[in-house]
Write a protein that binds this ligand. Structure first.
Ligand code: MG
Length: 372
């Protein structure tokens, strides 16, 4: 029986990699829904390739008659799609409501949208349990940890170690970081991704979000989630057991691996895109520099404080990165803006309302700092 699959963010980097996985396993999947933020023409072409799929364009732009329009149309389309599994590859906080819509529709959730976890994982987890469907991480580090915990159990795990490429400015001094341009920030050494996440990788905000993600997803205390710089992006993450033994997942850096693992979960199937060769392989590890990359300790602080702090961190960062793209903020202004926002009070219970309120408030405070 084919799995009925919905892909959200189908024209983005996760969506395109997922479609590669589907094309290599045509007998295993039936695409029932494809959504995109922009790229009506690309979505239209996918509609021709997968004629059974409903199509939703969430952003602006002209589109043909087969495509449903608007962000509000997506939850309904998810509800009607009857997917067995929904891959959420939407970028940013906009991914949260579609995640909840998928779970409400009793679809398994393959989650590449880290904001769903960072902002609201307690709500997401409760809904998934109520509906009896799994949430499977697709972020490469968390997908690795998910597999490692499946293999080794959780009880004896002392810490989770997330690997980070370190981004293109790993060797930059503070003075050099100050002058980083948008163009330089978009040039990532090992992973090819969307523009926002590429900048997040350069500031290490991406790893900061992933640290919060790991804390929430795996129910780990923040001081037991560590980050190590590993420029080759071959080791996707590690766990350290009570007895000191480390276990890691390694492969070529290719998002099709975690996507494929999630879409086929709980089954394992041979990876058709080539194996990692060990001879000649060099693996480097170093500690992250928190002074040059303050987005990492700021995330650890947000994770420790809990409540709505992770939400404030995320929204402030999204605003700051947008201002950086528009030339209204420098590269080092990004952590300064987030610091400014985190200094406000973000205590509070998690609910959809409080998250929406904190998201908006954080953006307004960030905007006042950017403007001022
Ligand atoms: Mg990642």
């Amino acid at each position: 029986m084919k799995k009925r699959l919905a892909i959200l963010g189908a024209t983005g980097s996760i969506g395109r990699a997922a479609l590669d996985v589907v094309r290599a396993g045509q007998e295993d999947f039936e695409i029932v829904l494809l959504s995109a933020h922009t790229g009506a023409a690309a979505l239209e072409r996918l509609g021709t390739e997968f004629p059974g799929a409903a199509l939703v364009l969430c952003g602006e732009g002209p589109a043909g008659p087969r495509i449903r329009r608007g962000r509000e149309a997506l939850p309904d389309a998810i509800g009607e799609a009857g997917a067995d599994i929904t891959l959420n590859g939407i970028a940013g906080a906009a991914g949260l409501l579609p995640s909840l819509a998928a779970l409400r529709a009793r679809s398994a959730l393959a989650l590449a949208n880290k904001e769903t976890v960072v902002l609201a994982y307690p709500l997401v987890k409760a809904l998934a349990e109520e509906q009896g469907v799994p949430v499977i991480p697709v972020d490469s580090e968390h997908a690795a940890v998910f597999r490692l915990l499946e293999a080794h159990g959780r009880d004896r795990v002392r810490e989770i170690i997330l690997t980070a490429s370190g981004g293109p400015f790993r060797r930059h001094s503070l003075r050099q970081l100050e002058k980083v341009t948008v163009r330089e920030a978009l040039d990532h050494p090992t992973w090819s991704m969307g523009p926002k996440i590429t900048v997040d990788s350069a500031t290490m905000a991406n790893k900061g979000l992933e640290l919060i993600e790991a804390v929430r997803l795996f129910g780990m205390e923040p001081d037991r989630v560590k980050v190590v710089i590993h420029p080759q992006s071959v080791v996707h993450s590690l766990i350290r057991m009570d007895d000191g033994a480390l276990y890691a997942q390694l492969s070529r850096p290719d998002m099709r691996l975690p996507i494929r693992e999630a879409l086929y979960w709980p089954e394992l199937s041979p990876f058709p895109f080539g194996d990692l060769d060990l001879p000649g392989l060099h693996l480097d590890f170093e500690a992250p520099d928190e002074e040059r990359f303050p987005m990492l300790p700021l995330a650890a602080e947000a994770a420790r404080r809990g409540g709505l702090y992770p939400c404030a961190y995320n929204a402030a960062n999204e605003e700051a990165v947008e201002a950086f793209f528009q030339g209204r903020a420098g590269f080092l202004d990004i952590p300064a803006i987030v610091r400014y926002v985190l200094d406000r009070d973000w205590e509070g219970e998690l609910s959809l309302e409080s998250i929406t309120e904190a998201d908006g408030r954080s953006r307004r405070i960030a905007a006042s700092r950017i403007g001022g």
